[in-house]
Every structure is written in structure tokens, then in C-alpha cells.
Write a protein that binds this ligand. Structure first.
Ligand SMILES: [Zn+2]
Length: 158
């Protein structure tokens, strides 16, 4: 007769690296919900995010002055990806009779419009990515709930 251990099992990967958590965070971000809680709508108007999740109180910039740089980077990557993907798809579809002038002007127009189309998604996807890398701690949430919205955290959680 053997005795099996009834203790807690150790997950193969830390929770922050699991595929389920990845899909959950990005799924919430694509629906423009707070990636942390999944409840609060974080989009104010199309070009302005709410400063605080109405459900859990997480600040959408995590109390960091330079948080918008990551959001801006994701916005540009998404926008330029759309431009390149559209141009490549049109070249493949129309190969042999590609209207190059139309493609040029279409790509230029899309390059101008796409950053506005993706604006809220750049922010929400960056917030999900940041939470994926640096999970929100209870200590951080306490800071979000207790400090005025125009103050920034002095030290980031690492
Ligand atoms: Zn929330």
C-alpha cells in the first residue's frame, strides 16, 4: 500500500506565465475592459481613456507618469501593421495589375487614420501587457484606492 501526497500541487509555470491568463488579459483588453478585473469599461470617449477603472479602482496608467509611452508604442505598431498588411494583401490579390498610385495613396491615408482607429486598443493592450509582466499586487491596489488621481507612484513594483 502506497501513500500519495495530498499536499498542494505545484503548477508547471507561475500563474503570471500561464496561457489562460494571457488570453484572459488580452481578451479583456480587446473588449476595452479593465484587464485586471474584467468588469470596468476603461474607454471614456474614443480618444480618452478613463483614469480609473470604475469597477476595481485600478488607474489605467498605473500611477506612472510615462505609462502613455507604452500605449503610444502599441498604437503605432498596430496602426502600421494594418497599413503593411493591407498593402501586402492588395498586392497579392491584384498581382499583375496592381494600381500602384492607388495603393500609395490608400496606404498614406490609412497610415494617417489607423492610429486614431487603434487609439483605445493601444492603451488597453499596453495595460494588459504591463499587467502580464508586472501583476497587480494588493499593495499597489491599496495605493490606487487611497491616493488622489493626479499623483504618481514614486517607485514601481518590480
Ligand atoms: Zn478593473
Amino acid at each position: 500500500m502506497t501513500m500519495e501526497s495530498k499536499g498542494p500541487t505545484t503548477p508547471r509555470h507561475p500563474e503570471e506565465l500561464s496561457g489562460g491568463r494571457f488570453l484572459r488579459l488580452y481578451g479583456r483588453a480587446l473588449r476595452l475592459r479593465c484587464p485586471h478585473c474584467g468588469e470596468g469599461r476603461i474607454k471614456g470617449s474614443w480618444m480618452k481613456m478613463k483614469r480609473v477603472c470604475p469597477a476595481c479602482g485600478l488607474r489605467t496608467e498605473r500611477g506612472e507618469e510615462d505609462f502613455f509611452l507604452g500605449a503610444m508604442m502599441f498604437n503605432m505598431v498596430l496602426a502600421e501593421f494594418l497599413v503593411v498588411l493591407t498593402a501586402v494583401a492588395l498586392v497579392i490579390i491584384l498581382w499583375g495589375s496592381v494600381p500602384w498610385d492607388v495603393l500609395l495613396w490608400l496606404s498614406l491615408g490609412l497610415a494617417v487614420v489607423a492610429p486614431f482607429l487603434f487609439y483605445p486598443f493601444g492603451h488597453s493592450i499596453w495595460l494588459a501587457s504591463d499587467i502580464l509582466i508586472r501583476p497587480v499586487t494588493e499593495e499597489e491596489m491599496e495605493w490606487h484606492r487611497t491616493h488622489p488621481h493626479d499623483t504618481y507612484r514614486k517607485h514601481r513594483d518590480r
